[in-house]
Design a protein around this ligand. Structure first.
Ligand code: HSE
Length: 311
């Protein structure tokens, strides 16, 4: 049954959602931060639906209603009990795909926020996060994509709950983005179904310490708190050089290192008051040793999350 149609349609608008790095070591499926690489939608209400992926990175993605962004828009309308008005939806992204930087979360969140805008904002922010987290299956990429900053989030049958933290002063991110893709499905398939109590206690205590260290600016504790035995050891065979970086990056200026999301990108924290040349030189040597190509970027943590701008 068709739902309610909005009484008034907005003028053309743009929605911009950031990339994200999930897990940060032991915060598996529950902790992430956003970085300023963006997926942008331009939405123009009109009499028919048009889905227009733009740029070489989106070549091959569907240019019709089966597009992931458009499906996110339909999902949002369904949750609001409304009918999505037709619109031209242009999609652009600078988030590298299948690299562990939350490209699908940025697309999903941008689509959800765009649909909510088109519908006259029937859903509040908490519901938008819940729609996104349920669709993704975990909240650690979608929550930072929506809110920006560093976000701790849980998803269970009672809903999605989160706390957003402003990044501590002087905390910057260095990412090594390898040139190869790794699907999240493949990187989840290598994980065990069960863990020992010792592993569970290790993960609980380290992720709690990590969240507390990030909340209180204890950059000195990151290296220790980011230890993880839940996912990185299992994924290391899929990401050449990961083990070397986890073990040695702190000797070259990193405050801590982790596989970004399901990989293959690797994230290192750095102190923005210090030069990152030694860390870059180390990461380049790891790439060379492992026959990898890729790029190394210093990025701040995005604090704005998803933004809407009238065109
Ligand atoms: N927490 C997720 C994982 C992030 O590590 O599989 C990728 O979606």
């Amino acid at each position: 049954m068709p739902g309610l149609f909005p009484a008034v349609l907005p003028a053309a608008f743009e929605v911009r959602s950031p990339a994200s790095s999930a897990n940060l070591g032991p915060g598996f499926d529950s902790l992430g931060l956003s970085v300023p690489l963006y997926t942008t939608l331009r939405v123009t209400p009109q009499t028919r639906t048009e889905v227009v992926p733009l740029g070489p990175d989106l070549e091959g993605t569907p240019a019709d209603e089966s597009n992931y962004v458009y499906r996110a828009m339909l999902l949002t309308a369904k949750r609001a009990g409304m009918t999505l008005p037709p619109a031209r939806v242009e999609i652009e992204t600078e988030v590298p795909l299948a690299r562990g930087l939350g490209s699908s979360a940025a697309a999903l969140v941008a689509g959800i926020v765009a649909a909510n805008e088109l519908l006259g904002r029937p859903l509040d922010d908490a519901t938008l996060l819940d729609v996104a987290a349920r669709e993704e299956g975990h909240a650690d990429n979608v929550a930072p994509a929506l809110y920006g900053g560093i976000v701790v989030a849980t998803l269970d049958k009672l809903g999605t709950h989160h706390i957003r933290l402003d990044p501590p002063a002087h905390l910057g991110v260095t990412v090594l983005i390898p040139d190869f893709e790794l699907s999240t499905a493949k990187a989840r398939a290598v994980l065990p179904n069960e863990y020992s109590r010792a592993d569970a206690v290790h993960a609980l205590s380290h992720s709690a310490l990590l969240a507390a260290a990030l909340a209180t600016g204890r950059l000195d504790l990151l290296q220790h708190a980011m230890q993880d035995y839940i996912h990185q050891i299992w994924r290391a065979p899929l990401v050449p050089g990961l083990s070397d970086i986890l073990e040695e990056a702190h000797k070259h200026g990193a405050l801590g290192a982790a596989l970004s999301g399901a990989g293959p990108t690797v994230l290192c924290f750095h102190d923005t008051r210090h030069e990152t040349h030694p860390l870059h030189a180390f990461l380049s040597s790891v790439m060379k040793r492992n026959g990898l190509e890729g790029q190394i970027l210093d990025l701040p943590i995005d604090t704005q999350g998803t933004l809407i701008r009238t065109l």
